[in-house]
Design a protein around this ligand. Structure first.
Ligand SMILES: Nc1nc2c(ncn2[C@@H]2O[C@H](COP(=O)(O)OP(=O)(O)OP(=O)(O)O)[C@@H](O)[C@H]2O)c(=O)[nH]1
Length: 331
């Protein structure tokens, strides 16, 4: 079995062999690969490497999305299973306690029944001594059972607190995009389902982002994504309504009709056009970041598929018409 140190060493070796920037996603990808925790990921990665023995940032991003972004959700499910097991343990502890108490009560009643002859003076000293000895034995047994119960309950209590904390953390993480800190697509679906009344969706996709990666490197590409996310968060009053859908695509839910959302989209577009990111190593500046946006209106509580499709079609139209614009053009 590999030690944690072995896994760590191999993970760093692979990161450097395939020249991937040491981002948390890339590190997780190789770490999970080396530790063989996720056979599906290993199969997919082996297939990718079998083709060309290369792993570019785009393939790495796809593998991460397909096999690891979701595994955080599976972790939450794992914790749920642990909680269920704990509930079962607690209920079996209660059942055992009930049985032990009933048994002790039965034994006590029998002994008291036998000892009742003492009032009439027709019980021998030997029988009396036997019954007292048995009473002490039963009491000791009950005491032991109570101690055991106490320790089972206290272990369970510790486990409950540990699991509660882990579950809350894991739930939060499963809904957050690691790179930008914005909430993710799953959180978006949940948010939309919980809303009521008319709601508008702004879908925003950075333009020619592949060229940013190609020209300045993936690390700087990541900085651009972070700066965009920051800009969106600063602009919105309620940060909880901004999401990263994955790649260079973001979504904003607006609790208002289309006309309001369209105006917000236009403001976002012009704010993003002002974003600049500087490469600290070279001093090079990226200051031509633009985005295309599609805005559509739907209904809170509905499935996200239709609303996203509508906004996506308009976003595609904005790209087709030359990018750096909001669709529909006007209302
Ligand atoms: N740096 C970085 N790049 C990413 C990430 N996720 C996806 N990408 C890259 O985003 C790029 C998306 O490229 P395309 O889908 O061709 O889109 P585009 O170049 O923006 O072109 P248009 O959308 O048509 O304007 C790919 O090069 C992906 O590798 C990420 O987390 N970080």
């Amino acid at each position: 079995m590999s030690t944690v140190y072995d896994i760590f060493k191999k993970t760093l070796g692979l990161l450097s062999k395939y020249r991937l920037p040491p981002t948390p996603e890339h590190y997780s990808l190789w770490y999970v690969y080396v530790s063989e925790e996720n056979p599906e990921l290993n199969r997919a990665l082996d297939q990718t490497l079998a083709k060309s023995d290369e792993l570019g940032p785009s393939s790495a991003a796809l593998l991460y999305q397909a096999h690891l972004a979701d595994s955080r959700w599976r972790d939450t499910q794992g914790l749920n299973d642990s909680l269920q097991a704990l509930t079962q343990e607690l209920s079996s502890t209660l059942q055992d306690t009930r049985q032990d108490t009933a048994q002790f009560q039965r034994a006590l009643n029998e002994r008291f029944a036998r000892l009742s002859g003492i009032e009439d003076g027709n019980i021998s000293l030997d029988t009396l001594m036997d019954e007292v000895r048995n009473l002490v034995k039963d009491a000791k047994w009950m005491n032991g059972s109570a101690d055991h119960l106490q320790s089972r309950l206290s272990t369970a209590e510790d486990e409950v607190s540990r699991l509660k904390e882990a579950l809350a953390k894991s739930r939060e993480e499963a809904l957050v995009d690691v790179l930008t800190g914005l909430r993710n697509r799953r959180a978006f679906d949940m948010e939309l389902a919980s809303m009521t009344g008319p709601v508008s969706l702004i879908l925003l996709d950075l333009d020619h982002f592949k060229a940013v990666n190609d020209n300045y490197g993936h690390l700087l590409g990541d900085q651009v994504l972070k700066a965009t996310a920051r800009q969106i968060s600063l602009f919105l009053k309620d940060e909880a309504l901004a999401f990263r859908f994955g790649g260079e695509e973001f979504a904003v839910l607006v609790d208002a009709p289309l006309a309001v959302a369209r105006r917000k989209a236009e403001s976002l577009r012009s704010l993003i056009a002002k974003v600049t990111v500087t490469d600290k190593r070279t001093g090079q500046k990226i200051d031509k970041i633009t985005a295309s946006l599609g805005v559509a209106q739907g209904q809170g509580g509905e499935s996200s598929i239709q609303l996203v499709d509508k906004a996506d079609a308009l976003l595609y139209e904005a790209k087709r018409l030359g990018r750096n614009r909001v669709m529909p053009l006007s209302l």
